[in-house]
Design a protein around this ligand. Structure first.
Ligand code: UT7
Length: 326
């Protein structure tokens, strides 16, 4: 089995900022409520025409440049998204076209907010098996396209953005361990019920606003804390490491209170936790991708550091992985 490592990271955030104060004018909410309940201050919103593949394109160009690879050297492109450009073709195929990555195979991966972690581990396995050498993975979301700006319980939480990483084979790991889990029995806690094959778009779907995110936030909060702790512990145990060995913990950025509860229970020092939920809100699959990129840009990741990515999302799905930075 070959080892795999990340050789380039990139991100793209749309320029338009939507602050808590802006939201006060749209729904019955307050900066105080959003800040204390979630830690979010603002989020980015894509312009009309800025689809998931366009955001992915900008993040990918940066990641490829930093990796020192040209698009034609890519063997595979995986885009994790719940807000694809279209039901089909895949957003990964649109990204291939934008990049002119003529030699790549492409597919999308659906694991909601855990999508980037799932994509990273999937890419690692393709490299480990020897099937592919150079893989681009992207978490890209235009969550504003499925956000109900009449529903204060969800519209304050989400934002748009994209993060990308280039993986290649390596002499030393790289990726050390991972853990995934799913519970389809809890699918109704967080979903977009309308617009798929179960309830195709119709006037009723539009009237019910069921083409937007529906969430049982309170229930999800408790489950998310439990599962994020559980999966991080399993990945660390598989890697033969303890929480004190962790150099940087990069959790899914859904809510600062969830992150605080998870890191406290895991016993990870607050200095070792990466946070940007205040600036971008929850960007689903793009959250861990952008967080990893920003941590690297800020010089918070050094050679031989132990990085833990940890995420959960609609499905329910959850997953984590341990990376030794090489
Ligand atoms: O990537 C995975 C996606 N989602 C998550 O991870 C979300 C997990 N859940 C959460 O982050 C939290 O549950 C929320 C931030 C969504 C909500 O916080 P909470 O402390 O669980 O609040 P709650 O749902 O229990 O609501 C408390 C009150 C309710 O009013 P009453 O019934 O007590 O009078 C809500 O109606 O807060 C009200 N409320 C709001 N008030 C002002 C709900 N949303 C808002 C709002 N502004 N935006």
């Amino acid at each position: 089995m070959r080892a795999a490592k990340i050789i380039g990271l990139g991100k793209y955030l749309p320029s338009r900022r939507l602050t808590n104060k802006d939201l006060e004018k749209i729904v019955d909410t307050s900066d105080e409520w959003i800040t204390t309940r979630t830690g979010i201050k603002e989020r980015r919103i894509a312009k009309e025409g800025e689809s998931a593949s366009m955001l992915a394109y900008k993040a990918s160009q940066e990641a490829l440049k930093r990796a020192g690879l040209t698009p034609d050297e890519l063997d595979l492109i995986i885009v994790a998204t719940i807000t694809p450009d279209m039901n089909f073709p895949s957003t990964a195929c649109f990204l291939q076209k934008h990049l002119k990555a003529v030699n790549a195979s492409c597919f999308d991966l659906s694991a909601a907010c855990a999508g980037f972690v799932y994509a990273a581990v999937t890419a690692w396995q393709y490299i480990a098996s020897g099937l592919y050498d150079n893989i681009l993975i992207v978490g890209s979301e235009v969550i504003s396209s499925i956000t109900d700006f009449k529903d204060r319980s969800t519209c304050v939480l989400f934002g748009d953005g994209a993060g990308a990483a280039v993986l290649t084979y390596s002499k030393t790991p790289g990726f050390i361990s991972s853990d995934f889990g799913s519970d389809g029995f809890l699918s109704d806690i967080l979903s977009v019920p309308g617009g798929g094959s179960q309830q195709p778009i119709s006037q009723k779907v539009l009237d019910d606003r069921s083409h937007y995110i529906k969430m049982k936030g309170n229930e999800l909060f408790r489950i998310a804390v439990r599962l994020m702790i559980q999966t991080a512990e399993i990945s660390l145990k598989k890697a033969g490491l303890k929480t004190e060995d962790v150099s940087l913990f990069i959790p899914h950025q859904a809510n600062k209170r969830i992150i605080d509860a998870v890191s406290k229970r895991l016993g990870i020092d607050s200095q070792k936790i990466f946070l940007n939920v205040d600036q971008y809100g929850n960007m689903s699959s793009a959250s861990t991708a952008v967080a990893l990129c920003e941590a690297w840009e800020k010089g918070m990741i050094k050679k031989d550091d132990i990085i833990v990515l940890d995420a959960f999302g609609g499905g329910l799905v959850w997953g984590s992985c341990v990376i030794k930075w090489t």
